[in-house]
Design a protein. Structure first.
Length: 141
């Protein structure tokens, strides 16, 4: 029996998950993943703004190596993570849920594999100013 499943081809090639730009997001899931050389925290984000992308979600990871901890710290501070937990060097996966902030993403392909990069972060309160700035930059090009 043959069945037609709309969107199957698009999702197979990752076209649907390519998000590149500035987004106001909410953390839906966070999991620490241990790896001998490069442990990381894997995040699942839901896009809240811009409204055109509001039904979309994407995942990304922040590494926990000594050289990459500054980026995880930046993310936690900008997303309003509990200051006492941060001061105690603790990451509580439950405390990460529902945190909101701004993420700038890019999409890259390396050796045939596709990756969603988390480029930069900002507090949720900065969304209006950043969104207007990014619109002005895109209109100027």
């Amino acid at each position: 029996m043959k069945r037609q499943i709309p969107g199957l081809y698009l999702n197979q090639h990752g076209v649907e998950s390519k998000l590149d730009g500035l987004f106001l997001v909410r953390v839906d899931r966070a999991r620490y993943r241990w790896h001998p050389q490069r442990p990381f925290v894997e995040f699942q984000f839901s896009v809240l703004e811009p409204k055109a992308f509001a039904a979309r979600s994407f995942s990304g990871r922040l590494y926990c190596t000594e050289r990459a901890l500054w980026r995880l710290n930046w993310f936690l501070r900008d997303f309003g993570y509990d200051a006492q937990l941060l001061k105690d060097d603790r990451v509580d996966e439950q405390a990460l849920l529902h945190l909101r902030g701004v993420v700038r993403t890019s999409y890259t392909t390396l050796n045939g594999r596709s990756y969603q990069n988390l480029e930069a972060f900002a507090p949720e309160a900065d969304w209006e100013a950043l969104d207007c700035t990014s619109l002005a930059e895109s209109n100027g090009q």
